[in-house]
Design a protein around this ligand. Structure first.
Ligand code: ACM
Length: 638
C-alpha cells in the first residue's frame, strides 16, 4: 500500500444529562509503525479542565487547540487503528462541524505529520440533512434587483438592449462612473457580456444623466423608448443608479424566462439606513487581499457602504504596525513549533498572513472608489492573546498565570490598564492606523472581557484603589475612557461592541456601539445616549448554522438562523419612536472560526449577506421574501 497521511475520524455520542462523549479513531495509512506520538487537533467543542479520557492523555489545551499523548505501550502498525474517548466537553455537539477542524501528529523524533479528518459523526442516532434553505421564489415584477428599490413601477420590455451607453453630452464624471461600474461588473461576472459601452451601439439604449438635490445616496431612473434618464444627487447615487441598470440587464440576459429589462416606468430610490455594514474577522482565518477586494465588490453590488475590518483577535494580529514588527512576525503566525499554537484550520504546516500597510492603502482606495468606508477594528482590551504574546512587556509579570479565561478559553488575554506601556503601545498603533484609514470611527472592540480579568494583577489592584473603580468592568470603563480620549485627540470617534457600556461605559457623545447580544441591548444603549448599529447574533451573525439538522454546518451558540429569519428580521422592531434617530443602521458579521474553506464561507454567508443588504436598503413595506429568494440566485459568491 502506498503511504498516505493518517486519518482521524471523530464521532459524538449524546449521553443524557452530560455534554456527551467524543470518540476518536486514528487510522495509520503511513508505512511506519508509530510509537510514542502525540496527536493534536482543533475543535470548537473543547475538552473541559475536568474531563475523563480513556485511551489517551490530554497534554495541552489552549483555546481550541488540544494535544493528546498516545499510550506509551501503543505501537500502531501500518493499516492499524487506535481509538480513544473523551467525556467532559465544554458543550454538547450539535452539528457536523462541531468536531475536528484541523489535526496533525508529532512523532517521537519531533516530525509533525499531516492528519486528514472528516465531518463529526453522530453516534446512536440518525443524523439529518437540512431541507432546501431557499424556496424557488416568486416574482410579481420580472426585474432582477437586489436590494429592491424604495419605489419601483416598471413596464417590462420585449427586447434586451445590446448595451447601455452615455447619451451625447454626458460629462466625464458620468462616463468615468459608468466605467467604474462596468469594471465592477467585469470583476464579479468575468464571463458575462458587459452592460455598458462608452460609445453608442446598434441595439443599445442611451442613458441621459441629470443631477438634482435628491437625498444622500439616492437616485431615480426614468425609462422611455428613447432612453433612460438617470438622476442622482451625489456620486454614490450615480454609482447605485448605474449598478441598478447593470443588475437588471444582467438578469434579463442570464435568465430571460424570468427577468426582463424595462421599457417604461420609474425607479425612485434611496437607502433605508445610512449604515449598511458588513464585518469580517480576518484573525481566525486569514483572507488574502484579493478576497478582501472581492468581498468589497460584492458589498458595492449590494449597495452596502461600510466594511468593518476585524483585524486583531486572540488568534492573530493581521495588520502591519511599523513600531511593533513582532505583532505580525510572531502574532500573525501559528504552527506546531511557533509561539502561537495551531488554531481552527491549522494543521502540521505553519499558517501565517497579514496585511502590509501598502496593501491596506490599496484596499482602502479600492473601497473608497466604490463608496465603501472601511472601519478598522483593533479589539481591546480583551481578545489580545496575539498582541500579548508578541509583546510580553505588555503583561504584568506579577499576575498569576491562567487567572481568568475568556469565553473562547484563552487565559489572561486582556491588555493591562495599569501598565503605562499599554497606552504607549495604543498611541503608536492609533497613530499608524489613522494614517491608513480615513474613517470617522476607529472600532476598539471592548467585547467579552472575562469577568474576573485583572483581579490577580497587583498593578491593576493598585490602580483600582487609586482610582476608586470597582471590579473588572469598573476598570474596563476607566481604560476605555482613556482610549476614547486618545482617539479624541487624534480627531476620531470611538466605535465598539455593546459591552463598551459596561461598568459605567464611556462618554456617549460621538460613540457608536454595535448591539450584538440582542436587540434589547441596542435599545438600552440608545437610552444611554449612544448611537447604535444593530447586529444581533441571532439574526445577523453569518457563521450561525442555518437549520437545526446535524448535517448543516456552522456555529450554533447564538441560535439557528435560517435565511428567512435573517431576511425578515426587523432591527427597528421594538425601538421606541423617540430613540429611532439613534439607530444608525444594521450590519452583517462574518466571524471566521468555521470558515476553514471558501466553500463553507459561501454556503453560510450567501444569501444571508444579501438578505441583510436588502434589509438595510429597502423599506419594510417593500421587503418580499419570495421575490428575494427568486432574485438572489444570481448573486455573486466570494
Ligand atoms: C462578539 O461577538 N464578541 C462581538
Amino acid at each position: 500500500m502506498t503511504s498516505a497521511p493518517c486519518h482521524l475520524e471523530a464521532c459524538w455520542e449524546p449521553i443524557e444529562g452530560t455534554t456527551g462523549r467524543f470518540e476518536f479513531t486514528l487510522f495509520n495509512f503511513t508505512d511506519e509503525t508509530l510509537t510514542g506520538f502525540r496527536l493534536a487537533y482543533t475543535s470548537l467543542t473543547r475538552t473541559a479542565d475536568t474531563h475523563v479520557c480513556q485511551g489517551a492523555t490530554l497534554l495541552r489545551r489552549n483555546a481550541n487547540f488540544h494535544e493528546y499523548a498516545a499510550p506509551v505501550e501503543l505501537a500502531l502498525a501500518p493499516g492499524e487503528q487506535w481509538t480513544f474517548r473523551v467525556s467532559g466537553l465544554t458543550r454538547p455537539a450539535k452539528h457536523c462541524t462541531d468536531g475536528v477542524k484541523s489535526a496533525y501528529m508529532t512523532l517521537s523524533d519531533g516530525r509533525a505529520l499531516p492528519v486528514t479528518f472528516g465531518d463529526l459523526m453522530l453516534k446512536g442516532r440518525k443524523s439529518t440533512a437540512a431541507p432546501a434553505l431557499l424556496p424557488e421564489g416568486r416574482l410579481d415584477q420580472p426585474f432582477s434587483l437586489l436590494p429592491w428599490p424604495a419605489e419601483c413601477r416598471l413596464t417590462a420590455g420585449g427586447e434586451v438592449p445590446v448595451a447601455l451607453y452615455p447619451a451625447p453630452g454626458s460629462g466625464p464624471v458620468h462616463r468615468k462612473t459608468m466605467v467604474a461600474v462596468l469594471r465592477l461588473f467585469q470583476r464579479l461576472f468575468s464571463a458575462a457580456n458587459v452592460p455598458f459601452s462608452l460609445t453608442a451601439v446598434e441595439g443599445g439604449v442611451p442613458v441621459i444623466f441629470a443631477s438634482s438635490s435628491l437625498s444622500k445616496e439616492g437616485y431615480a431612473l426614468d425609462f422611455s423608448p428613447g432612453g433612460i434618464r438617470l438622476t442622482s444627487g451625489d456620486a454614490a447615487g450615480l454609482q447605485y443608479g448605474l449598478t441598478t441598470l447593470a443588475q437588471m440587464l444582467h438578469g434579463a440576459r442570464t435568465d430571460p424566462a424570468k427577468f426582463k429589462f424595462p421599457v417604461a416606468g420609474r425607479i425612485s430610490d434611496q437607502p433605508r439606513y445610512a449604515w449598511r455594514g458588513c464585518h469580517l474577522d480576518v484573525s481566525r482565518q486569514f483572507y488574502p487581499a484579493a478576497d478582501i477586494s472581492r468581498l468589497l465588490d460584492i458589498l458595492a453590488w449590494n449597495r452596502l457602504n461600510i466594511f468593518h475590518w476585524h483585524l486583531t483577535d486572540d488568534e492573530a494580529w493581521r495588520i502591519e504596525i511599523k513600531a511593533y514588527p513582532a505583532l505580525t512576525t510572531i502574532g500573525a503566525r501559528r504552527g506546531p513549533n511557533e509561539v502561537l499554537v495551531p488554531q481552527l484550520g491549522d494543521g502540521a504546516e505553519v499558517r501565517e498572513g497579514h496585511y502590509s500597510q501598502e496593501t491596506v492603502r490599496e484596499i482602502v482606495a479600492h473601497a473608497a472608489a466604490l463608496h465603501i468606508e472601511i472601519i478598522p477594528e483593533i479589539d481591546i482590551p480583551g481578545h489580545c492573546t496575539a498582541a500579548l504574546t508578541s509583546i510580553p512587556e505588555l503583561a504584568d509579570g506579577q499576575e498569576a498565570p491562567d487567572s481568568y479565561r475568556s469565553v473562547q478559553g484563552y487565559p489572561n488575554n486582556a491588555l493591562n490598564p495599569a501598565i503605562p506601556a499599554t497606552y504607549e503601545f495604543l498611541g503608536k498603533v492609533f497613530d499608524e492606523l489613522i494614517e491608513l484609514f480615513p474613517s470617522d470611527y476607529v472600532h476598539v472592540g471592548g467585547d467579552e472581557v472575562a469577568n474576573g480579568s485583572w483581579l490577580a494583577s497587583p498593578l491593576c489592584r493598585k490602580l483600582m484603589d487609586q482610582e476608586g473603580v470597582e471590579g473588572t468592568f469598573g476598570l474596563q470603563s476607566y481604560f476605555l475612557g482613556k482610549v476614547k480620549a486618545m482617539l479624541d485627540t487624534r480627531g476620531r470617534k470611538l466605535a465598539g461592541w455593546n459591552e463598551v457600556a459596561h461598568g459605567g461605559g464611556v462618554n456617549a457623545e460621538n460613540t457608536l456601539l454595535m448591539a450584538w447580544e440582542n436587540q434589547k441591548v441596542g435599545i438600552e444603549l440608545a437610552h444611554e445616549g449612544y448611537d447604535v448599529v444593530i447586529t444581533p447574533g441571532q439574526a445577523y451573525y453569518l457563521d450561525m448554522v442555518q437549520a437545526e439538522d446535524w448535517q448543516e454546518p456552522g456555529a450554533s451558540w447564538a441560535g439557528t438562523v435560517p435565511p428567512h429569519y435573517t431576511y425578515t428580521y426587523e432591527a427597528e422592531g421594538d425601538f421606541p419612536h423617540e430613540l429611532k434617530h439613534k439607530l444608525k443602521g444594521i450590519q452583517a458579521c462574518i466571524w471566521s472560526e468555521n470558515f476553514i474553506s471558501k466553500a463553507y464561507f459561501n454556503h453560510l454567508v450567501f444569501p444571508r449577506l444579501n438578505a441583510i443588504a436588502e434589509a438595510a436598503w429597502t423599506p419594510k413595506a417593500q421587503k418580499d421574501w419570495e421575490r428575494f429568494a427568486a432574485i438572489t440566485r444570481l448573486s455573486p459568491l466570494l
